[in-house]
Ligand binder design. Structure first.
Ligand SMILES: C[S@@+](CC[C@H](N)C(=O)[O-])C[C@H]1O[C@@H](n2cnc3c(N)ncnc32)[C@H](O)[C@@H]1O
Length: 257
């Protein structure tokens, strides 16, 4: 199959970046059969990142398996915010880590001395994170459950990009997400904040004094999520990404020093 033919097929399937995608598929495929299979998967609607097996986030490449959440560029804003508060040897916990992109990106911004822990419930996400995190620990289980007790009270940056799509809005997501990312990576319950409620309630006992919890929410969830943080005793600050046309809001809850 020629690259021009691939572009034509991708365009017919609705790809807006057909030329760029075709060039990536050609570059990543080992032989003609593999290329044909990859093109077929992409034409059927699988995210490009799952087809080629990697995603770029904050300038770093991450291994991504089929079905696993593809880190979104909008979440680089959370990483930027976290890096404002970190230091060379910060203790960082990436909760609901997916492929581990947030923790690795924060570590890369802060420097190699960071102590990185990451956890996720989805075994496929954990498999990816174990490849991507390398120097650091990756745990499998429900929120804080799999973490070692020794970490309690020591976390300086707790990153939690948990699922926050309200259950009723899942049907409105693009098919790439709805059909090709595991439901537990997307569905945040009735108001989208089920996971955040539990993460916020648990955070104070894992944070070091002065440590911060950072979460990403939609604009309409921000007030409720901020009040949950205040009820948990955290001092709340919010940061809004004005460059993002979807408006990405990051809430930062600080345990008092
Ligand atoms: C929106 S994805 C974000 C992944 C990653 N933080 C990122 O931004 O790329 C949410 C992640 O939360 C995980 N998750 C869902 N429920 C969980 C739970 N109860 N405990 C731990 N992780 C959970 C999913 O498997 C998924 O990887």
């Amino acid at each position: 199959m020629t690259e021009a033919e691939i572009v034509r097929r991708l365009r017919a399937a609705g790809s807006v970046f057909a030329e760029r995608e075709a060039a990536m598929l050609v570059a990543e495929a080992g032989d003609a059969d593999e290329l044909a299979a990859m093109v077929a998967r992409r034409v059927a609607g699988e995210p490009l990142e799952q087809v080629v097996g990697w995603a770029e986030f904050d300038g770093i490449r991450f291994v991504v398996e089929p079905g696993v959440f593809v880190p979104r560029h909008r979440t680089e804003f959370l990483v930027q915010q976290a890096a404002r508060f970190g230091h060379l040897s910060a203790v960082v916990l990436d909760l609901c880590c997916g492929v581990g992109a947030l923790g690795v990106a924060v570590r890369s911004r802060l420097g190699g001395g960071v102590e990185l822990h990451a956890a996720d419930l989805d075994p496929a996400a954990v498999r990816c994170a174990r490849v991507n995190v390398r120097l650091g620990a990756v745990y499998e289980g429900d929120l804080f459950d799999p973490l070692p007790e020794l970490l309690r009270g020591r976390v300086e940056l707790l990153l939690a990009n948990a699922p926050y799509v309200p259950s009723g809005d899942i049907a409105l997501l693009p098919a790439e997400a709805r059909d090709h990312e595991h439901a537990i990576a997307l569905d945040g319950g009735t108001d989208g904040l089920d996971l955040h409620r539990r993460a916020i309630a648990g955070a104070p006992s894992w944070l070091a004094p002065g440590g911060r919890l950072l979460i990403e929410v939609s604009e309409r969830q921000a007030a409720m999520a901020a009040s949950l943080m205040q009820s948990a005793g955290l001092e709340v600050e919010s940061a809004v990404d004005e460059d993002d046309h979807d408006t990405t809001t990051v809430l930062i809850g600080r345990r008092r020093p």
